[in-house]
Structure formats: structure tokens, C-alpha cells
Design a protein around this ligand. Structure first.
Ligand code: THU
Length: 130
């Protein structure tokens, strides 16, 4: 079942625009409309303007009208685990429950599965503003 999410992240990783870091990342989220939305990192000559793969996948989901995601896959190459950066953890938090599974993947598949709560404990979210 997670295989479809992994495949989407892999395809997105292949579309990464990462001429500066040379580090391609793909991400895919499963949304509550039953669809998968994916994204890749999009770097910029003005370095801080670059976009992470998770942010671009979430933007695709929101632009399609979905507002909740139940599973995330992030994929990159190399030996180290490609865990979502701090900013992306918060971006995922906006649209997901703490128990949401986050699969950290290499090109061959899942290397580690964790949860949003583990990656971002005691998080601040939409409920705090109610
Ligand atoms: N990157 C992501 O796309 N997601 C992450 O969570 C970690 C980092 C990208 C940003 C940049 O284009 C490249 O990886 C190197 O940091």
C-alpha cells in the first residue's frame, strides 16, 4: 500500500531541480481525497529562495483542494537518512495528525518509518489559535 507513495516520491525525485546542492529530494503525501500528491526540491540562484520537496508536495495537495494528509514519504540518495528539515516538519504539522506515518526512504525503499509526533514533539498547530 505504501508502495504507491514510494513510487510517486521516486518519480518526483527524478524531477528535482537541484543544480546547487546536487541533492535531489522527492516527497509524496497521501491526502484524504484518496489521491497522492508529490513534489521535488526546487532550488534557486538566490539560495534561501529554494523550496523543499515536502513543501512542494503539500502545495500541490492544497492547490488540488485537499486539506488533510495521512501518510508521507520523503526520498533522497546517500547513506544518511533524509529526514524532513525543521521547516518541513512544521508544514506537515499544519495538515496532519501527530500519529501520521512518515517514511524516510532511499531509492530502494523505506529505511525508517517514524511519526510526526516523534519528529516534532510538543508542536504548535492550528488548534493553538482557537
Ligand atoms: N531538502 C528537501 O527538499 N527536503 C528536506 O527536508 C531536506 C532538504 C532539499 C533542500 C535543498 O534543495 C537540498 O535538499 C539540500 O539541502
Amino acid at each position: 500500500m505504501t508502495e504507491d507513495l514510494i513510487a510517486a516520491a521516486r518519480e518526483a525525485m527524478g524531477r528535482a531541480y537541484a543544480p546547487y546542492s546536487g541533492f535531489a529530494v522527492g516527497a509524496a503525501v497521501r491526502a484524504d481525497d484518496g489521491k497522492i500528491y508529490s513534489g521535488c526540491n526546487v532550488e534557486n540562484a538566490a539560495y534561501p529562495e529554494g523550496l523543499c520537496a515536502e513543501a512542494s508536495a503539500i502545495a500541490a495537495m492544497v492547490n488540488a483542494g485537499a486539506r488533510y494528509l495521512s501518510e508521507v514519504c520523503v526520498m533522497g540518495k546517500g547513506d544518511a537518512l533524509v529526514t524532513p528539515c525543521g521547516g518541513c516538519r512544521q508544514k506537515i504539522r499544519e495538515f496532519a495528525a501527530g500519529s501520521t506515518a512518515i517514511h524516510i526512504c532511499g531509492p530502494d525503499g523505506v529505511r525508517k518509518t517514524t511519526t510526526l509526533d516523534e519528529l516534532l514533539p510538543l508542536s504548535f498547530g492550528p488548534e493553538n489559535l482557537k
